[in-house]
Design a protein around this ligand. Structure first.
Ligand SMILES: [Zn+2]
Length: 131
């Protein structure tokens, strides 16, 4: 992986020293926001293993596969709206992710819930905002 690739999460750091540390580097995201950013970057770089690994086992889908013929989204930007710590092991992150699908720009506005077990944060589920 080239060090010069900018991180898709918009941090302006290289991928390898930002979300790449969690996706490829075996490091553990220290909080829910970092995990959220790294999951966005994993979507943007199609790292499905990481998406599944960072998903809580209770809500994790069996796999993340594209249906044949389904258009593939190109993720073009992430904005963290807020990061709310509920308690030691629960957090919520509201974000807006922009993507393009079949040439059409769209956005995903979601509040995601995260839970910490031991040293690891996991994505649990999310609520979509109409926007
Ligand atoms: Zn990043």
């Amino acid at each position: 992986m080239a060090k010069s690739i900018p991180c898709p999460c918009g941090s302006s750091l290289p991928l390898a020293s930002c979300c790449g540390r969690y996706i490829h580097g075996g490091q553990t995201a220290p909080d829910a926001e970092q995990l959220m950013r790294s999951r966005y970057s994993a979507f943007a770089t199609d790292q499905r293993d990481y998406l599944l690994r960072s998903w809580h086992p209770d809500t994790r889908p069996p796999n993340i596969e594209h249906q044949p013929g389904e258009p593939v989204a190109k993720w073009i930007g992430l904005k963290i709206v807020s990061h709310r710590t509920i308690d030691d092991t629960h957090s919520e992150v509201e974000f807006i992710a922009r993507y393009r699908i079949g040439g059409r720009a769209s956005r995903l506005h979601e509040t995601s819930r995260f839970i910490r077990e031991g040293d690891h944060w996991y994505y649990v589920d999310g609520t979509l905002h109409e926007s």
